[in-house]
Design a protein around this ligand. Structure first.
Ligand SMILES: O=C(O)C(=O)c1ccccc1S
Ligand SMILES: [Mn+2]
Length: 262
């Protein structure tokens, strides 16, 4: 009979610092870079706004609080299956109805930072994932796959972060066969450091935006605008990525954390 699970050693490791907690989220505020869709494609998400209600003043003598104007897909955020038309019919495809168990899972980090430094349009292919598996072991069912690009270091400037010119945005991401492959391995989600989970050139792929189209079609998730993936091991970390419980939500800004053994 399987031994009953026990979290004592994890608790001790957290308290001793033997297990570190790494913050994978970007600061969220009016300066947060947001995806800019061409107007002919569709409407855009509004700039993040923070409006003060009171600040220990005549509007509230002992307290300070704000109200926010905030798109679901702002900054470091979670993509739920209903975000894309291919995932629209999943009863458990919204932020309030995804099973909470799915918010905590082991994570694989595929380092593409050297390739991206040379080519901002670098695409991770299925063969690239297989080559990673030869070194680090197979991607296991139920785990996240994150593409490390060090792109988060551009987050201080929307122009740098979006990296767009007259030919469109130039940023890294997965090919169609990369997403098909990680789904065949049972990955629970795909994450990236760029403004969205797809590459800048993803609009011209077949299907367009494969990280959205195919992951959400499979009732799987996305994480965008992640930071500090350079602080994670290739394997062995645990990802905590729980979106806000927005009713019928298509996604949400969130604090993504990773538990990493020192
Ligand atoms: O999910 C997103 O934030 C994202 O990348 C996106 C949102 C809306 C339309 C296209 C895309 S590509
Ligand atoms: Mn999104």
């Amino acid at each position: 009979m399987a031994q009953k699970a026990d979290l004592t050693s994890l608790a001790e490791a957290l308290l001793s610092g033997a297990v570190d907690v790494i913050d994978l989220s970007a600061p969220l505020g009016p300066e947060t870079p947001l995806i800019k869709l061409p107007p002919e494609i569709g409407k855009n998400t509004p700039t993040v706004e923070v409006h003060n209600i009171s600040n220990y003043d005549q509007n509230g003598p002992f307290w300070s609080w704000n109200w926010l104007k905030l798109g679901e897909h702002s900054g470091t955020h979670f993509d739920a299956p209903v975000h894309w038309i291919t995932g629209k019919d999943y009863a458990d495809g919204t932020t309030d109805r995804i099973a909470p168990k799915n918010f905590v899972a082991p994570v694989n980090v595929i380092d593409c930072s050297a390739e991206v430094k040379k080519n901002p349009d670098f695409l991770l292919t299925a063969d690239g994932v297989r080559a990673w598996e030869k070194t680090h072991g197979d991607i296991a069912k139920g785990t996240w796959v994150l593409m490390r690009t060090d792109w988060y270091k551009r987050n201080g400037s929307e122009k740098e972060f979006l990296n767009a010119n007259e030919t469109g945005p130039h940023s890294p991401g997965p090919t169609v066969d990369c997403i098909e492959y990680i789904l065949s391995k049972g990955a629970i989600g795909w994450g990236s450091e760029t403004v969205g989970t797809d590459a800048g050139a993803a609009g011209g792929m077949t299907p367009p935006f494969p990280a959205h189209n195919l992951m959400h079609k499979a009732n799987r998730y996305g994480l965008a605008s992640l930071c500090n993936l350079d602080k994670l091991p290739a394997k062995g970390a645990i990802l905590i990525a729980a979106p806000l419980k927005i009713v019928n939500g298509t996604g949400s800004p969130l604090r993504v954390l990773a538990l990493v053994a020192r």
